[in-house]
Design a binder for this molecule. Structure first.
Ligand code: NDP
Ligand code: BG6
Length: 596
């Protein structure tokens, strides 16, 4: 079709004030549409004058650009300000179908829908992470964020809710408020049931309006309780999948509570999605120091040669929180600490730590190596696990509740809030090396770390001369995931002076001393990866199966035998049984050493 001459005029704020920046770009590839580039300031109103009958009536302005399409007979189409800053030309009656909105600027658009937007995780983590990505210009040029949940909310109410948890943490740049406002203008809300295809079809319709005919990619973040995952995936997939671009779904843990339920969940999800579309999140994989594990190991000559049974005596994976399950008792009581932390966060770290060198940094190469480690592991023996539960405690006049004081927890609940376990990898590299895990809530401090204790120096000269038990003072590499991210190596060192006295000192890389930039939240990295289709930090279904295969028998055993947990006071260092377990393998917990 030949380009037909048109004239365009627009008005900022009043019809008498022409808006000079608004100019049209004629597309040579498809003369049926034209675009007005992003303008500043945005016109509050504009009108399009068409000299040809064949010319457009639809203009959408959701991201600073205006677009128009061929839409039939129309001489002058008034631009109408829609709610929430979206401006559109009223289409003629016969062209109200969404499919008539065509913006062909060669770009795609990404719609991110947070399913369960009214919930804790969405407020605490997902929206702030999305804002941080927007702030850093990491989101695609054209994107829209939708909140979806059953709660009734307007767009303005969602924005108000979200705005309370957004922070300008990144570099504290001056234009943060402005950026925040711009971000909020891209956030919308739709209320619906999780099992209603009809409600998701409504969402689809609104998404299409916002996508304005561009190739649309859609990301759904399921931030909802696990019992409604499948309903939501079914409805999202059948009624709100992208028609031209990709559709991906981020699923939050827990992925089942044992091998059977996890396999059933995977099977159900795969009725509606391919494995490639499922992004199973384990937010520990998005933590800076966990990502750095492979860098540390594979790009430093000094570490990789030591990374085996020959030099490493034991590896410890430690997670502790100094608060209880307050507010999440209902969820937690059904899972317990082994499912909540060990089977996923700590095991994932272990797999990354222990894997062989992958062929490349491609997601599949890395995940292949992780699966191999998990499949080489011995199922955990019940004797190699100790469990605990915190009880109430009064300290300095303050009293702290016990786990079963939570109203959402059964009074006689045996659910462990603490566990320690010894795991073994039966392969050539790690044969006989104990991997000790410890995870607990309501302990004396909050930390997550990896501790690598090395073997003693054979025939150590200084043992003989100085009588210090240098066999115990072996080298230890600590990778502190949080708080105060750090990597430090404990070495034996001469205390300066004329005499010869040794002590243990740290070669210390404390992140906040070395790097001025704040560390991004794990959810930022993972959301960005999901948008970009990078699967490296997400759990593949065979990894999940292998992880459950390790934990399911021991969990069943503990539950069938109704094993009584060892009670420990809120705020303490946890059950003493953890020390006996470590001692069985000639190990001392590094976090409880005198120099910690
Ligand atoms: P919430 O319990 O806050 O639930 C999120 C939303 O889901 C609620 O706002 C509610 O929205 C809807 N919802 C809650 N219960 C039901 C129900 N029984 N039936 C239907 N809808 C329900 O969960 P979180 O935000 O805490 O967590 C979301 C997911 O992320 C869960 O799978 C959780 O296990 C996981 N997770 C959470 C973490 C956290 O720190 N919170 C950490 C790691 C994982 P509405 O009523 O408006 O529909
Ligand atoms: C979640 C667990 O996966 O991780 C919570 O369900 C736990 O129980 C949380 O508190 C810890 O995450 P982070 O990032 O605060 O260490």
């Amino acid at each position: 079709m030949a380009a037909t001459p048109i004239s365009v005029s627009s008005h900022c704020c009043s019809s008498s004030s022409p808006y000079p920046n608004l100019s049209s770009i004629w597309s040579r590839q498809n003369p049926n549409y034209f675009i007005f580039p992003a303008t500043s300031p945005k016109p509050k109103s504009a009108s399009l004058q068409f000299n040809s009958n064949a010319f457009p009536t639809v203009v959408s302005m959701q991201d600073g650009s205006l677009a128009a399409t061929v839409a039939g007979l129309q001489n002058e189409a008034p631009l109408k300000k829609l709610k929430d800053g979206l401006t559109s030309v009223t289409p003629p009656k016969e062209n109200t179908q969404i499919s008539n909105f065509v913006v062909n600027d060669g770009k795609s658009t990404t719609s991110i829908t947070v399913v369960g937007a009214s919930g804790d995780l969405a407020k605490k983590k997902i929206f702030p992470a999305l804002f941080a990505l927007y702030y850093e210009d990491c989101l695609p040029e054209h994107f829209t964020i939708f909140g979806y949940a059953r709660s009734k909310m307007t767009d303005a109410e969602l924005r108000n809710m979200v705005s309370k948890t957004l922070t300008c943490r990144i570099d504290k740049r001056e234009n943060c408020d402005e950026k925040m406002e711009q971000f909020l203008q891209r956030c919308f809300y739709h209320s619906g049931q999780y099992d209603s295809q009809e409600n998701f079809a409504e969402l689809d319709k609104i998404l299409k309006e916002h996508e304005a005919g561009r190739i649309s990619n859609r990301l759904f973040y399921l931030s909802i309780p696990p019992n409604i995952f499948v309903d939501a995936v079914k409805c999202a997939s059948l009624s709100a999948s992208a028609s031209a671009g990709w559709t991906r779904v981020i699923v939050e843990k827990p992925f089942g509570r044992d091998s059977e339920s996890s396999a059933a969940l995977t099977k159900s999800l795969k009725q509606y999605l391919n494995e490639d579309q499922i992004f199973r999140i384990d937010h520990y994989l998005g933590k800076e120091l966990v990502e750095n594990l492979s860098v540390l190991r594979f790009s430093n000559l000094i570490f990789e040669p030591l990374w085996s049974r020959q030099y490493i005596r034991n590896v410890q994976l430690i997670f502790s929180e100094d608060f209880g399950t307050e507010g999440r008792g209902g969820y937690f009581d059904h899972y317990g600490i082994m499912r909540d932390i060990m089977q996923n966060h700590l095991l994932q770290i272990l797999a990354l730590f222990a894997m062989e060198t992958p062929v490349s940094l491609d997601a599949e190469d890395i995940r292949n190596e992780k699966v191999k480690v998990l499949r080489s592991m011995r199922p955990i023996r019940v004797d190699d696990v100790i469990i605990g539960q915190y009880k109430s405690h009064t300290k300095g006049g303050d009293s702290y509740p016990g786990y079963t004081d939570d109203k959402t927890v059964l009074k006689d609940s045996l659910t462990p809030t603490f566990a320690a376990a010894a795991l073994f990898i039966d392969n050539a590299r790690w044969d006989g090396v104990p991997f000790l895990m410890k995870a607990g809530k309501a302990l004396h401090d909050k930390r997550a770390e990896i501790r690598v204790q090395f073997r003693h120096v054979p025939g150590n000269l200084y043992n003989r001369n100085f009588g210090t038990d240098l066999d115990l003072a072996t080298n230890e590499l600590v990778i502190r995931v949080q708080p105060d991210e750090a990597i430090y190596l404990k070495i034996n060192n001469k205390v300066p002076g004329l005499g010869m006295r040794l002590d243990r000192s740290n070669l210390n890389l404390l992140y906040k001393a070395r790097y001025s930039k704040e560390i991004p939240d794990a959810y930022e990295r993972l959301l960005l990866d999901a948008v970009e289709g990078e699967r490296r930090l997400f759990i593949r279904s065979d990894e999940l199966d292998a992880a459950w295969a390790l934990f399911t028998p021991v969990l069943k055993d503990l539950e069938e035998k109704k094993k009584i947990p060892e009670y420990y006071p809120y705020g303490s260092r946890g059950p003493v049984g953890a020390h006996y377990l470590a001692a069985r393998y000639n190990v001392k917990w590094g976090d409880l050493g005198v120099d910690e």
